[in-house]
Design a protein. Structure first.
Length: 334
């Protein structure tokens, strides 16, 4: 096989800046210490197939923000953080605790953080200021390299500026904040739009979801879907996750209960048939030096090769079994 034939799909199929960050498909939120520990133990056992976001915003009691940050720092530095896929959500920029959150987390555990989540920006300019403050603090502490930053689209201004926010070079993922978005409409959106079913049918909510996903993909960022609060209704969770992934273009989704993690991973994972087809087509394309091929009476070229490569990446990210030769050629050490 020639050197050109053996080009890794990432090199053969994508230009610089075209590829979104490769993040686990589940972002699990927890704000209470007992649940944080339980989630970290689960991640340690399952591996880095889901992220954990330790919540210093809604999870912190009023007046106890500093103590909450210190508890989060201790967990980030503990042996439970085995896979390096634990981040934290800070308070919004206009909250009195924002700078203290950032300082405490970066000074105490800056090298152990996978990312910081910035909530409730009201504009692209406000998000930019938050990013600058975080980067300035990190530089002052002598920490090398940029820390990945995520943000929530949950205000009218953030949705208005979603393309500019997605284009910001320091942002790697955009999440939809369903509950704050609905409440920002002052009762004009009915409560049903907060449910697993209703959030896909209300036009204003569906519009927001689609604009966020479109902006994220346009700028090679990861769109992360909102929560399903009916955490004991596994059927509703599965339906919502499947719609988010297959109809609304989301590649990641929030979990708010440990029981949601595995069903969400399953919902975002490709089927065995999809994985087998992707392997066949990527192998055939590589053998053809990435020129067009015919596979089972269907023509394929680099556009479809990119699609099937994403199927393989999603299989890898969700822990699906892959043939050893596929893992060695494309993922182990690649």
């Amino acid at each position: 096989m020639s050197a050109h034939t053996a080009l890794h799909p990432r090199l053969a199929l994508f230009e610089d800046g075209e590829r979104a960050p490769q993040l686990p498909v589940v972002d699990h939120y927890c704000g209470v210490e007992q649940r944080m520990r339980k989630s970290l133990e689960l991640q340690a056992a399952m591996g880095p197939v889901f992220d954990i976001t330790l919540d210093c915003e809604d999870g912190a009691p009023i007046g106890g923000e500093a103590e909450h940050v210190q508890m989060v720092v201790e967990l980030l530095n503990s042996e439970l953080n085995r896979h390096g896929r634990v981040g934290a959500r800070v308070h919004p920029l206009d909250h009195a605790a924002f700078e203290a959150d950032v300082e405490g987390l970066l000074a105490g555990a800056g090298e152990r953080l996978a990312y910081l989540m910035i909530p409730k920006p009201r504009s692209a300019a406000e998000l930019g200021r938050a990013c600058e403050l975080i980067d300035t603090c990190r530089a002052r502490l002598g920490q090398r390299g940029p820390l990945p930053l995520h943000t929530l689209i949950e205000t009218h201004g953030a949705l208005r500026d979603v393309q500019a926010i997605a284009a910001h070079p320091r942002i790697e993922s955009l999440s939809f904040g369903l509950m704050d978005f609905v409440s920002a409409h002052r009762g004009a959106i009915p409560r049903h739009a907060l449910t697993a079913e209703g959030q896909f049918s209300h036009p204003l909510v569906a519009r927001a979801k689609l604009e966020i996903a479109a902006a994220a993909h346009a700028h090679a960022k990861v769109p992360s879907h909102c929560v399903v609060t009916e955490f004991k209704n596994s059927a509703a969770l599965q339906r919502a996750a499947s719609r988010a992934a297959r109809e609304f273009g989301y590649t990641r989704m929030w979990s708010i209960h440990p029981g949601q993690i595995e069903p969400l991973i399953e919902a975002f994972a490709p089927s065995v048939a999809e994985v087998d087809e992707a392997i066949d087509i990527i192998h055939a394309a590589q053998a053809a030096h990435w020129a067009p091929i015919q596979h089972r009476e269907t023509l394929h070229d680099r556009a479809s090769y990119r699609y099937f490569w994403h199927v393989l990446e999603r299989a890898q990210a969700t822990g699906q079994p892959l043939p050893i030769e596929v893992r060695l050629a494309y993922f182990d050490g690649a």
